[in-house]
Design a protein around this ligand. Sequence first.
Ligand SMILES: C[S@@+](CC[C@H](N)C(=O)[O-])C[C@H]1O[C@@H](n2cnc3c(N)ncnc32)[C@H](O)[C@@H]1O
Length: 202
Amino acid sequence: MPRTRLHIGCGPQILPGWTNVDNQTYPGVDHVLDVTLGLPFRDVEYVFAEHFIEHLSFDDAFNFMRECRRVLATDGTLRLTTPNLDWVMETHYRRESWASDVDAIDSCFRTNRAFRGWGHQFLYNCQSLEATLRLAGFGSIEGCTYGESRHEPLRGVERHETYPDAPSLPHILVLEASGHGAEAPRGVRAAIDEFHSAIDTI
Ligand SMILES: C[S@@+](CC[C@H](N)C(=O)[O-])C[C@H]1O[C@@H](n2cnc3c(N)ncnc32)[C@H](O)[C@@H]1O
């Protein structure tokens, strides 16, 4: 009996052999559901979510990662692909390269577009994504490159359009999380609490 492989927030990018999940009824979607309400699966081998978590609020993304940990089998792996905040800042807001007010204005709009465009709600750098995965209960976090994995079924699964990487700075973060229960770095909870108190004042 083949084990369950979940492709979450698949959009129109259907992966054969995977259980494709989205909250929209794209052709080929196997389960139409809002995953912020929980994942009705168990003993899952892999969860793959490409350009998905940035479309959730931080809290929803954190709860989603916790749900992934809960439904994954002991030897299961979560693979997340999401825009790299370091790349966004490096390529969108370079004060040293401004030659005119037009350049400054362009940087301002491009940066806000990266944060707010396409339904984006929260962008991560590598450290914050890793810390959030650890808080969600994962013990081992591994950085990968686009299309590559030491797990054969996770190789070549990305479908989203790519952008030119900055020198030594990839435009996306690709992390694989597995295992249980390492400590998150000190200070993470304080940063999240401060973020909450600012967001909750809206
Ligand atoms: C930017 S698209 C990414 C699609 C595809 N993974 C790709 O990389 O091209 C984000 C997808 O997440 C889906 N989505 C957003 N919120 C969701 C939720 N709460 N539950 C399930 N799917 C959701 C959207 O419908 C959309 O198809």
